[in-house]
Design a protein around this ligand. Structure first.
Ligand SMILES: NC(=O)c1ccc[n+]([C@@H]2O[C@H](COP(=O)([O-])OP(=O)(O)OC[C@H]3O[C@@H](n4cnc5c(N)ncnc54)[C@H](O)[C@@H]3O)[C@@H](O)[C@H]2O)c1
Length: 390
């Protein structure tokens, strides 16, 4: 395609046509490119096409994209695209419009959106799932799980603070001293640590627990107390947790119960890759909390860490309010989009050859790990097995 570079008198050949779609899933407010990342791609010689209104949920106008060098397009932007950038999984009907050999990059929810994966394979599209980017040092700048978990953890602490009918910080006033709130965080991964940091900044006294041994020092470095239950550490592959046996889970809940009961706010963020979220807190533990206490369950959408939590809703159980988080990063779309868009462009940079054209090297560990479909086949083994019903 021949284009005129901004300010240039002669046409030039764009290295790649990159499309940014408007998200269509209900409640999704993020966008896969922001003006800064568009400007970067344009400077690299690519032509960027943004679907009209794509940035609206993140407070980015079409005019901002134009000013960054993109062309804003009404309707479909993907038909001739070499690369399509998205946030939530593309729908099968959208995929059917892509050209064979096109590359898509975005979140794919591969274990639950199998129809989408099948459609991408049938369309001969090379798709990359941001959630499958290997968590190795070299890929840290492409790690959307981390960037979005950071937003989610921050929001969980704010949701708790806003609902608690008392202060987070200690106040010493002429009218008396108000003690700080006690916050308990269960699951101290990326989101949990960010929830701890945010609750600490607001002045709460924070305790936290995680099954991974490495998390104890991380919790302490955030100014919180690590709850040592005296149980065996549980660690699976890649530094992640693994599922607890029934007896270990029961014992853990029993030992955690007094910590839950004395907390004013409980924030749960526990997850196990590829599995439903572990149930950490049962109805009895919630019932033992003081009236007015608040529970925020970040895992509500994937099974729930807390019995009774409902994704996207706030429910009252006795005197306790339970907030079931749903798409928390989307609720803070400006910074979530900014970080996500940067993760995307950093991953895309691995697929660009010296001449600026697409050059996908699936021998690269990062691209191989994130690639779901290529040349008609499903390359991601767990997804392929799911599709085959194995
Ligand atoms: N690029 C990198 O190297 C990189 C990037 C991000 C994270 N990490 C590492 O990955 C790990 C976890 O990251 P995450 O936040 O994505 O994890 P995650 O979202 O999968 O899980 C959240 C937390 O829940 C904990 N958990 C699971 N079951 C539990 C249970 N029954 N009780 C209590 N806690 C439970 C996990 O240990 C984890 O800390 C950490 O070791 C983190 O340092 C590495």
């Amino acid at each position: 395609m021949r284009l005129f570079a901004p300010g240039a008198a002669t046409p030039y050949r764009a290295a790649m046509r990159i499309a940014v779609v408007a998200e269509t899933r209900p409640g999704e407010r993020r966008v896969a490119a922001v003006p800064d990342t568009v400007a970067l791609l344009v400077r690299q010689g690519h032509a960027v096409f943004v679907q009209a209104g794509a940035g609206a949920g993140s407070w980015v106008d079409d005019a901002d994209y134009r000013a960054a060098g993109a062309e804003v397009v009404d309707g479909d932007v993907t038909a001739d695209a070499d690369v399509v950038l998205h946030v939530r999984p593309l729908l099968p009907q959208d995929t059917a419009r892509l050209r064979r050999g096109a590359v898509t990059i975005g979140l794919m929810s591969v274990s639950t959106e199998l129809d989408g994966v099948r459609a991408l394979a049938q369309a001969g599209v090379t798709s990359f799932a941001m959630e499958l980017v290997p968590r190795i040092s070299r890929a840290q700048s492409m790690d959307a799980l981390t960037s979005q978990a950071l937003v989610a953890g921050y929001r969980c602490a704010l949701e708790a603070a806003m609902r608690l009918p008392r202060f987070f910080p200690l106040f010493m006033t002429a009218a008396g001293t108000v003690p700080p709130a006690k916050v308990l965080v269960l699951g101290a991964g990326v989101a949990g640590l960010q929830a701890i940091a945010t609750a600490r900044r607001l002045g709460a006294v924070v305790e936290a627990y995680d099954v991974r041994p490495a998390s104890a020092d991380e919790v302490r470095s955030m100014g919180a107390t690590f709850v040592d239950l005296g149980l065996d550490a549980i660690e699976g592959a890649g530094g992640y947790a693994r599922e607890l046996g029934e007896e270990r889970a029961r014992r853990q809940a029993e030992l955690l119960a007094p910590y839950v009961a004395k907390s004013d706010a409980l924030i749960t963020t526990a997850a196990i890759p590829g599995r439903p979220a572990p149930r950490l807190v049962d109805a009895g533990m919630v019932a033992a909390m003081r009236p007015g206490s608040v529970v925020v369950d970040l895992a509500a959408d994937s099974g729930g860490n807390v019995e009774g939590s409902v994704a996207g809703q706030e429910v009252q159980v006795g005197g306790v309010r339970i907030v079931g988080m749903l798409d928390p990063a989307s609720g803070m779309p400006v910074d979530a989009s900014r970080l996500y868009a940067k993760n995307l462009t950093n991953l895309l940079a691995l697929m660009v050859g010296d001449d600026g054209a697409l050059a996908v090297d699936l021998a690269d560990e990062v691209l191989a790990g994130a690639c779901v479909t290529h040349e008609g086949a499903v390359r991601h083994e767990p997804t392929r097995l799911l599709l085959e019903g194995v």
